[in-house]
Design a protein. Structure first.
Length: 139
């Protein structure tokens, strides 16, 4: 990757507490699954990737999903380029909290605009705990 232009991008991961945000980020950055659950307040990770001829430094922000930190979480949003809303797959049939809490928070905190506007922040939804969901289906 030597000689390539490096750009930095910030991605914030949000979702309920204990939905797998930290495990997702630790596994992605360190290529190993964490053995213990430790509730996160705020944590940041960094990883270099190559994309479209650029060297990209991803700054991955892990936010707390605990209600006690609802007022602090928006402090992690400035300069964000992408938001990933995580949920456990076993709650996919009951999307109430995503619809009632997380989607309004993202929509009301981050710039939203037509896709051609460079200030718009795209968001994505990702399911976690796939292995637990499969065990539940088998039983």
């Amino acid at each position: 990757m030597a000689g390539k232009k490096t750009i930095a991008r910030k991605l914030v991961v949000v979702g309920d507490g204990n939905c797998g945000k930290t495990s997702l980020l630790v596994t992605y950055c360190n290529e190993c699954f964490p053995s213990d659950y430790v509730p996160t307040i705020f944590e940041t990770y960094s990883k270099f990737v190559e994309s479209s001829g650029y060297r990209v430094q991803l700054f991955l922000w892990d936010s707390s999903g605990q209600q006690d930190y609802d007022r602090l979480r928006p402090l992690s949003y400035p300069e964000t380029k992408v938001v990933l809303l995580c949920f456990t797959l076993d709650e996919q049939l009951q999307p109430g909290k995503r619809r009632d809490k997380w989607e309004p928070e993202i929509r009301n905190t981050l710039p939203r605009a037509p896709p051609t506007d460079e200030t718009a922040v795209p968001s994505a939804v990702g399911g976690t705990k796939h292995q637990l969901f499969l065990v539940d289906i088998k039983n």
